[in-house]
Design a protein around this ligand. Structure first.
Ligand SMILES: C[S@@+](CC[C@H](N)C(=O)[O-])C[C@H]1O[C@@H](n2cnc3c(N)ncnc32)[C@H](O)[C@@H]1O
Length: 325
């Protein structure tokens, strides 16, 4: 393995960037690991892209899938990609990555998978695995704003804090209507207009929302508690802002549109999504492009045992498609 290689330009040196991460080891438990291994192993892959490296759990398992393939002359490889510099810098020097010639770790978006292939003199991958959303490590990081239990954290919400704009600035750059539309569209939050109005009023009073706790407080006032109290009043709003600042749905759509050009005929794409907006994009991308053959008519769900052991997996949906020959 070579040192991690940036696919996209970053604008900070690695020392200052890694200071933002508190997680020395991963706490993330991979979702639907057996299913991912099974769907990928069936095609005897030589090149697999794990587009969402996270805690590296899927990458490790996929490397073992490669080892079984063995028969071709190409070097079997897992190309692991993550957009979060803290994640990549945490792991790039770990011995299980450094000493394993099968694993190449890249910093960047999975949207840039062709660039990663190109860097290794490859044109096609046999499989692409995406496990969308954020990892438990990111959720636990006090400095990122992903969890709304840390009131004084800056409202950032970027996967890559070295590029783009943090959520609090995004709020300052958009109109009340644009904020309401985003919260409605990406969070499916019925009270989006009320929330946007409160955010906007604060900005007009020269007291803009910049901290997690301030947005949580607005959501508490604007969203009536659901009858069974199953969801925190800020959940949908935070999801919406995270999706907006990271352009998550755009990136997923563009990647699935371009993937038939760099997934080898007979190759597979497996996507684990965690909410209906993502799942709809995956479903439609597979349906609408004749270069995909759908292998999972309905999305696969984690087993009861997995959900019990790893409650975070409960909303996961896995869809798999094959690049037609
Ligand atoms: C759910 S975690 C993946 C966990 C991983 N599969 C494992 O087994 O440990 C999602 C990861 O995807 C990363 N991510 C989100 N959007 C991305 C993108 N567009 N490109 C690359 N990585 C992305 C996040 O930074 C996060 O680390």
């Amino acid at each position: 393995m070579t040192a991690s290689q940036p696919l996209d330009q970053t604008n900070q040196d690695s020392e200052s960037a890694s200071a933002g991460s508190s997680a020395a080891e991963t706490e993330h438990v991979s979702v639907m690991p057996n299913e991912i291994v099974q769907w990928v192993r069936e095609i005897n892959p030589t090149t697999i892209i794990d587009g969402t490296y996270g805690g590296g759990g899927h990458t490790r398992l996929l490397a073992e899938v490669l080892a079984d393939a063995g028969s071709t002359s190409d070097t079997p490889r897992v190309i692991a990609i993550d957009r979060d510099p803290a994640v990549v810098r945490r792991d790039e020097q770990k011995s299980w990555i450094k000493n394993d010639p099968r694993i190449e770790l890249f910093l960047g978006s999975y949207e840039s998978s062709p660039k990663a292939l190109d860097a290794l003199d490859l044109t096609h991958a046999d499989a692409l695995v995406l496990d969308l959303g954020l990892s438990s490590d990111q959720l636990a990081d006090r400095n990122r704003g992903f969890t709304f239990t840390i009131d004084d954290a800056e409202l950032d919400l970027r996967f890559d804090p070295e590029n783009g704009v943090p959520a609090y600035r995004w709020l300052q750059q958009h109109s009340e209507k644009e904020i309401a539309d985003a919260i409605y569209q990406f969070g499916e939050e019925r009270f989006s207009r009320r929330i946007a109005k409160q955010i906007f009023l604060r900005a007009r009073e020269r007291n803009p929302v910049t901290k997690v706790g301030e947005l949580v407080e607005i959501c508490r006032r604007c969203v009536p508690r659901s009858r069974n109290h199953d969801i925190h009043p800020a959940t949908r709003t935070f999801q919406a802002l995270r999706i907006a600042v990271n352009d998550e749905l755009g990136g997923l759509t563009r990647t699935l549109q371009s993937a038939p050009e760099w997934i080898a005929p007979g190759g597979r794409v497996a996507v684990i999504s965690f909410h209906s907006l993502e799942d709809r994009i995956v479903k439609n991308a597979f349906r609408e492009d004749h270069r995909w053959e759908i292998l999972t008519k309905k999305p696969l769900r984690p087993t009861d045992e997995e959900v019990q052991a790893n409650p975070r997996s409960r909303s996961a949906k896995l869809r798999v498609a094959k690049r037609v020959e």
